[in-house]
Design a protein around this ligand. Structure first.
Ligand SMILES: *Cc1c(COP(=O)(O)O)cnc(C)c1O
Length: 344
């Protein structure tokens, strides 16, 4: 029996509404990487039902898939802009590329004259977007074509006190001064930084899916893993590859049906717990590809499954165990789960 990943679409919608309430402008949704691993085919329509009219993806191919899911109407924008070979995809799926460079701008107006676009500016992160000098050279030409959006992205919005935030805000304001185009700077973290950062459109992703820095988010992903076998282990005996865990007392060990192939990262092992009902149970020894040993000695009854994600622990709890972030936990969730959607 497979582990079950349950995705609570009602919680997803609540998270979007809560962020939208805090945001002074329009609130879009970022559904790149298959909606952070949770399934764009169910997540995007649920958000559209809730009133989302603008969606963002990373790649044109993701935009094409999303257009099939959503149908005509919602605006679908592409962060990577217009890359070589994208013209047909952009035209056919009616995508809005966020142009990142002079080269992309030239390619776009040459291959798709009159097709909508946005502009991505680099306000200091040095990842994507036009730098101030590049933008100064292109600004008049770009503006004559009426971009749908002028956007930039914050590098440190999850740390509200970071001096990078006001620095990027200032840089974005300077580059966007005098523009008529709608402006966008904030993702989840930027919404929480306050109204100065909101401009016309915010682009939250992780907060919708229940992750930090949206501390009040409702959990969206629930992961229950079946127990395959339970055994009694005597003091001195070991569990798992490499004998890294040795029993000091008589221990009841459940072997559960998930492993690093399912995104339960091997590095989490020493810090990871699973829940049998209300009982917090230590993971024992190394995480295998498909199997994990769990100490269920203290569980009230012999569990037939344990919880890895849900009411007792969030994606950020798992992330901490791996020295990672909620984003990586979600996008690493494997393809082997039975996926169940509730609240749609
Ligand atoms: C991924 C991404 C977002 C969404 O960020 P979250 O932190 O998940 O809210 C917004 N804008 C850009 C440019 C992104 O790459």
């Amino acid at each position: 029996m497979q582990p079950t990943l349950t995705i609570d679409l009602a919680a997803l919608k609540t998270n979007w509404r809560d962020l939208d309430r805090q945001n002074t402008g329009e609130t879009a949704a970022v559904v790149k990487a298959n909606a952070y691993g949770l399934g764009a085919d169910r997540v995007a329509p649920a958000l559209a039902e809730e009133g989302v009219r603008k969606f963002f993806v990373a790649l044109a191919e993701e935009g094409v898939a999303l257009r099939r899911i959503l149908g005509p109407g919602p605006e679908i924008s592409v962060f990577s802009g217009h890359m070589p070979g994208d013209a047909e995809l952009i035209r056919e799926a009616d995508l809005v590329p966020m142009l990142n460079s002079i080269d992309q701008m030239l390619m776009h107006v040459e291959t798709l004259p009159g097709h909508p676009f946005g502009v991505q500016l680099d306000s200091g992160m040095n990842r994507l977007g036009m730098e101030p000098a590049e933008w100064a050279a292109l600004r008049e030409i770009a503006l004559a074509q009426k971009p749908r959006l002028v956007m930039s992205h914050l590098a440190c919005a999850d740390e509200p006190a970071h001096e990078m935030n006001p620095r990027q805000l200032q840089s974005f304001r300077e580059m966007a001064a005098g523009l008529e185009a709608p402006l966008s700077l904030a993702a989840t973290g930027g919404i929480l930084l306050g109204p100065e950062y909101h401009f016309d459109l915010a682009r939250p992703g992780i907060g919708l899916y229940g992750g930090l820095p949206f501390i009040d988010a409702q959990p969206v992903a629930y992961l229950d893993v079946p127990v395959i076998q339970v055994r009694e282990v005597a003091p001195g005996e070991s569990v798992g590859y490499g004998n890294t865990w040795v029993a000091k007392r008589p221990t009841r060990v459940a072997t559960i049906a998930a492993g690093y192939a399912d995104g339960v990262l091997r590095g989490m092992g020493p810090e990871l717990y699973a829940f049998a009902g209300e009982t917090r149970c230590k993971v024992l020894g190394r995480i295998s590809m498909d199997l994990i040993g769990v100490d269920v000695t203290e569980a009230e009854t012999l569990p037939d499954h344990v919880e890895l994600l849900g009411r007792h622990q969030s994606i950020d709890t798992l992330a901490d165990a791996a020295g990672s972030i909620g984003y990586e936990i979600l996008t690493a969730l494997g393809a082997r789960y039975a996926r169940r959607y509730t609240g749609g």
